[in-house]
Design a binder for this molecule. Structure first.
Ligand code: PMP
Ligand code: GLU
Length: 409
């Protein structure tokens, strides 16, 4: 267990301390670099951004067009239109056997805003937030905005990077306010089983002051079958904020819609937060989200078949790359190899690869493949490659990576 240290950006004196202390999202930063290179005519393969490469299913697009044609273009209630909140409650029952009422649901501008709402409404300055590490890139920065103190709890490679209940029990202190994790996990692809979450629930139940944000945005992209929700365990249900959304399962990243479910005081607080910052998300997007849920999950199932095939393809390709230690991801669409075998090696230009950031920049420069430094996810020995790309692109990317790495001495 270690406490996070923030690397300060170059501060600008007239900006707030808050923004000066904040890091840019590295997933977005690397995607920006790849786009800049592509604009110069370089044939870049970007495996940096975690984004489905599929189109949003047509029936969802049609619902949005209909909403526009019907003039559904006004502000909606801040936590979402009643029909959508009800459909989300129904989805929780159908998929997760969870009983939520519409008053427990807040629809937001992406799961990202749902996460930020939860952190900002629960965390006081100085509160400790335990983040299962490797973690999704924005968790720590959100905690920083809330002036909380991140405590990284690191899962071991041997346990597929999954933090255990025993680790959690040791890490909780009287100052702990929140625990955050994603399952399936971005970046590792790890999926916590029902038994593992049951043990975690037993620990949480002993600390009624502790809340947990369970980020389930990759719920549908799961290759082991069963998705388990922490809120399923009655003893802790009121302590859990379940976050989910449409970006991954329905390939709706640009529509900006996600949601959370929580006890009603927390949901009402998130609504208040949102009412002062963004109000409701887009009315048209909400009608699209409603159609998505009414259509069930069969469109997701088709995409998941492709993600599984690509995962298998990439794991085969990676076997051919010496020095990459890669647990098999059980969900999401990333591989997260330990690449530290390359640290200390020298590039053909005489530069020493000190860390995964140097390696990511070298692969971009030499192989024109963009990936993200694992430090952004709390694992500086690793790199993240998205597998949400066409099979031929993945094959070409890993061919290039192999060639570039072979030049290191
Ligand atoms: N949580 C995780 C684990 C993610 O990978 C992402 C990235 N999309 C989000 C939340 C945010 O998703 P959204 O696009 O719905 O804001
Ligand atoms: N979730 C995606 C990723 O991890 C999108 C990037 C982001 O929102 O930061 O790459």
């Amino acid at each position: 267990m270690s406490t996070a240290t923030a690397v300060p950006n170059a501060a600008v004196s007239f900006l707030s301390d808050r923004i000066n202390a904040l890091e840019e999202s590295q997933t977005i930063g690397m995607a920006k670099k790849a786009r800049e290179l592509a604009a110069q005519g370089v044939d870049v393969i970007s495996l940096s951004f975690g984004e489905p490469d599929f189109q949003t299913p047509q029936y969802i697009k049609d619902a949005a067009k209909q909403a526009i044609d019907e003039g559904f273009t006004f502000y909606t209630p801040v936590p979402g239109i009643p029909a959508l909140r009800q459909a989300i409650a129904d989805k929780f029952k159908r998929d997760n056997n969870l009983d939520y009422q519409p008053e427990n649901i807040v629809v937001s501008t992406g799961a990202k805003q749902a996460l930020a709402n939860a952190v900002l409404t629960l965390v006081n300055p100085g509160d400790e937030v335990i983040v299962f590490s490797p973690y999704w890139v924005s968790y720590e920065e959100m905690v920083k905005l809330a002036e909380g103190v991140t405590v990284r709890l690191v899962g071991s490679l041997e346990n597929d990077y999954k933090v255990t209940a025993a680790q959690l029990a040791d890490a909780i202190t009287p100052r702990t306010k929140l625990v955050m994790y994603s399952s399936p996990c971005n970046p590792t692809g790890a999926v916590w089983s029902r038994e593992e979450l049951s043990a975690i629930a037993d620990v949480i139940a002993q600390h009624p002051q502790v809340f947990v944000v369970a980020d389930e945005i990759y719920e549908y992209i799961n290759f082991v079958g069963e998705h388990a929700s922490l809120a399923h365990f009655d003893a802790v249900k009121d302590q859990v904020v379940t976050v989910n959304g449409f970006s991954k399962g329905y390939a709706m990243t640009g529509w900006r819609i996600g949601y959370l479910a929580a006890r009603k005081e927390v949901a009402a607080a998130c609504e208040k937060m949102q009412s002062q910052i963004t109000s409701a998300t887009c009315s048209i997007t909400q009608r699209a989200g409603l159609a998505a849920l009414q259509g069930g999950r069969s469109s997701a199932d088709e995409m998941v078949a492709a993600y599984r095939r690509r995962r298998d393809l990439v794991l085969e390709l990676v076997k051919d790359i010496p020095g990459f230690k890669t647990p098999q991801p059980d969900g999401a669409f990333y591989i997260f190899p330990d690449v530290s075998a390359y640290f200390g090696k020298t590039t053909p230009d005489g530069e020493t690869i000190q860390n995964a950031c140097d390696l990511a920049l070298y692969l971009l420069r030499d192989g024109h493949v963009a990936a993200v430094d694992g430090a952004a996810f709390g694992a500086p020995q690793c790199m993240r490659f998205s597998t949400a790309a066409a099979d031929e692109k993945l094959a070409e990317a890993f061919r290039r990576i192999k060639v570039s790495l072979a030049k290191l001495q």
